[in-house]
Write a protein that binds this ligand. Structure first.
Ligand code: ATP
Ligand code: MG
Length: 646
């Protein structure tokens, strides 16, 4: 993606200035940018003081061993104490921390005082199993409160957690357990999915069969299904945890003590075990959660719809919101169970004021129909967020109108497992937002768009997104693979972190994310972004979702192949209309060679489209590694509906 990148939809002209009332009460103002630019380390030190430290750092940043950073050198803190105990000590024990909503409508209200008791009991239980600071603990659980207790208990004891999606296969779990050499696995008997009890322990048993590192399996009873039991290894949560003392004294750890390992989604290749540490990570998640979501902990009800098996769940369900004393909703189930209005019903029920979700779900809501959100009272909402993929301008506008009632600011937040926290986003109350653009690096963060030679491009120019300054929540490595850490992120450009995403500046200098560098197509020498063609397709009234790939083409180098899901069913004529629509929106060069109507798209568990699998189909190859697919039957469904001669 060089400067000849096509400019088209990204010439977005719509902007939405902040509402003056919102701006007047906002947590941040434009002065934060200038303050951070004037004294970056001083700015981050001020953010670190949001936390409670047992002893302060001697220096803010040590970058002498780059690319491995040390932040808040010599400082000591306990992450769980910061997320739980200190709020209770401040007299906020009765504040609701979690409104937990089970899929079947069962619920639990957990105050900060409750959370402290549960986390303490869990920590005492883990100690009784002989675990010591630095040991690794694998967690595969559904979205139930015990998942949060388990993560915080690990943090409290200095144990390193590795959370694995509840839907992952035994093979995916096994490779993660082996990679981290986990001593304990925490799981459940089963999980509810669309009203059915699906097995969980049967999968984890298969995953760890013959696995030498695992000493115990701690099992939460969720569905009540029968499970196989290995005496001496398996322990019921209710047998071990319930009887423990509900007090536990936390110990402080070094700011650089490892907090967790988390594997990336695997959208572009084999997942990488990303390592995060304590002080810098907690500082940046707390700061960004305060600034980007404008959290008012006394009055807001916050809801992030991610799964805790994804980094968004770590940073914006567990660590950021709890460090800030937020009241939040945690929902166990799927958005269409038992009906397609479930999310709106939950917003109405709890008076959710801040809602953070992914573009894939917004496009799904669009497909389900405008009348569904219209049937609920969504007036409690005051801010909306998006994460995970570029949000198409049409989806952004739909989100603003149908959930946001034209009044809520939308924050499109760009970040990665590796960055640990939000890096690029509008600031609500400060930034005039633009549909489809993540806009500007946050105060304290350095990002730019550079060309092949690492030189920053000018307004209107396209290239690669890089991060040009270290940040507190940056990854400290890939677990057990320092070489891959250096080669993946630090070898492409000298001194810059290479994010792997294509981006461009518009005429105002705002940043637009254009999708993975690997996904950029080259058609007759023109570099065309998959995101741009997808946004053109989604702007057509009959398209609900689209994924575009470049397939080898004898004449043009690559030909554009589009996979589309239609709103409301199949239509034989639509392919040629859509090809013309893209030609009109972007230019004849971007006209897809083929438009294939499909019932579903292959997505990761975090909702991202796996274009590499579609490329395999478009180029008539056997499909590659599908272990991180949300639904493994999707590829067969797509292939069977296609006529390869088309
Ligand atoms: P892998 O690195 O294994 O291929 P992944 O990159 O999908 O997996 P994550 O760390 O979960 O794993 O996702 C980060 C990526 O998601 C970013 O690099 C970017 O491509 C995309 N992304 C996240 N938020 C946004 C956003 N607001 N706009 C555009 N893209 C986004
Ligand atoms: Mg990635």
């Amino acid at each position: 993606m060089t400067t000849d990148s096509l400019s088209n939809l990204m010439d977005e002209r719509r902007t939405f200035a902040p509402d003056s009332g919102f701006a007047a009460a906002a947590n941040v103002d434009a002065g934060w940018y200038t303050a951070a630019d004037a004294d970056r380390e001083g700015f981050w030190a001020a953010q670190a003081r949001r936390l409670s430290w047992e002893s302060e750092w001697s220096s803010v940043l040590d970058w002498s061993d780059a690319p491995v950073a040390k932040w808040f050198v010599g400082g000591r803190l306990n992450v769980a104490y910061n997320c739980v105990d200190r709020h209770v000590e401040a007299g906020l024990g009765d504040r609701v921390a979690i409104h937990w909503e089970g899929e079947s409508g069962d619920g639990r209200t957990i105050t900060y005082a409750d959370l402290l008791r549960e986390v303490s009991k869990t920590a005492n239980a883990l100690v009784s199993l002989g675990l010591r600071a630095g040991d690794r603990v694998a967690i595969q659980l559904p979205m139930i409160p015990e998942a949060i207790y388990a993560m915080l208990a690990c943090a409290r004891l200095g144990l390193v957690h590795s959370v694995v999606f509840g839907g992952f296969s035994p093979t995916a779990l096994r490779s993660r357990v082996d990679d981290a050499q986990a001593r304990l696995l925490i799981t459940s008997d089963g999980q509810f999915r669309r009203g059915n009890a699906a097995p969980m322990k049967a999968n984890t048993d298969e995953a760890i069969a013959g696995c030498a590192s695992i000493e115990h399996v701690l099992v939460v009873r969720r569905t009540g299904s029968t499970v196989e039991w290995t005496e001496g290894r398996d322990v019921w949560w209710h047998d071990l945890v319930d009887g423990q003392s509900d007090t536990h004294t936390p110990e402080a750890f070094d700011a650089e003590h490892p907090l967790f390992i988390l594997y990336t989604s695997g959208t572009t290749g084999n997942p990488k075990g990303i390592l995060h540490t304590s002080g810098g990570y907690l500082t940046q998640v707390a700061y960004t959660h305060h600034a980007v979501f404008d959290l008012k902990p006394e009055t807001d009800v916050y809801w992030c719809t991610a799964d805790i098996g994804w980094v968004t769940g770590h940073s914006y369900i567990v660590y950021g919101p709890l460090a800030n004393g937020a009241t939040q909703v945690v929902y166990e189930g799927t958005p269409d169970s038992p009906h397609q209005g479930r999310h709106f019903e939950i917003i109405q029920k709890y008076g959710v004021s801040i809602y953070y979700t992914a573009p894939t779900l917004i496009r799904t809501f669009m497909k389900w129909g405008d009348e569904i959100p219209a049937g609920y009272d969504l007036s409690s909402l005051r801010l909306l967020g998006s994460v995970g993929e570029p949000i198409n301008p049409e989806a952004w506008m739909w989100y603003r109108e149908h959930l946001g009632g034209q009044r809520c600011p939308i924050v499109d937040t760009w970040w990665q497992t590796e960055t640990g926290a939000i890096m690029i986003s509008p600031l609500p109350g400060v930034t005039s937002t633009k549909p489809g653009s993540a806009q500007r690096p946050l105060p304290g963060v350095g990002a730019r768009v550079v060309d092949d030679a690492g030189v920053e491009v000018g307004p209107g120019g396209g290239g690669y997104l890089v991060l040009d300054k270290p940040w507190p929540s940056m990854l400290r490595g890939i677990w057990g693979d320092e070489e891959r850490f250096r080669s993946t992120y630090w070898s492409r450009f000298d001194g810059f972190y290479f994010a792997g995403d294509g981006a461009k500046y518009d005429a105002d200098g705002d940043i637009w994310l254009l999708g993975r560098v690997d996904d950029v197509m080259n058609v007759s020498g023109h570099r065309i972004s998959t995101t741009e063609v997808e946004s053109a397709l989604v702007s057509h009234p009959s398209v609900a979702e689209a994924a575009v790939v470049g397939a080898t083409d004898a004449t043009t180098g690559q030909g554009i192949v589009a996979f589309v899901i239609l709103r409301g069913g199949q239509d034989a004529e639509v392919a040629s209309q859509l090809r013309d629509h893209v030609a009109k929106e972007i230019g004849p060069i971007a006209k897809p060679r083929q438009v294939l109507v499909v019932p579903e798209l292959p997505k990761t568990r975090s909702g991202k489209i796996m274009r590499r699998l579609l490329r395999d189909i478009a180029e008539n190859r056997a499909v590659g590694d599908t272990t991180t697919l949300a639904d493994s039957s999707v590829m067969a469904l797509i292939s069977s509906g296609l006529n390869p001669a088309e």
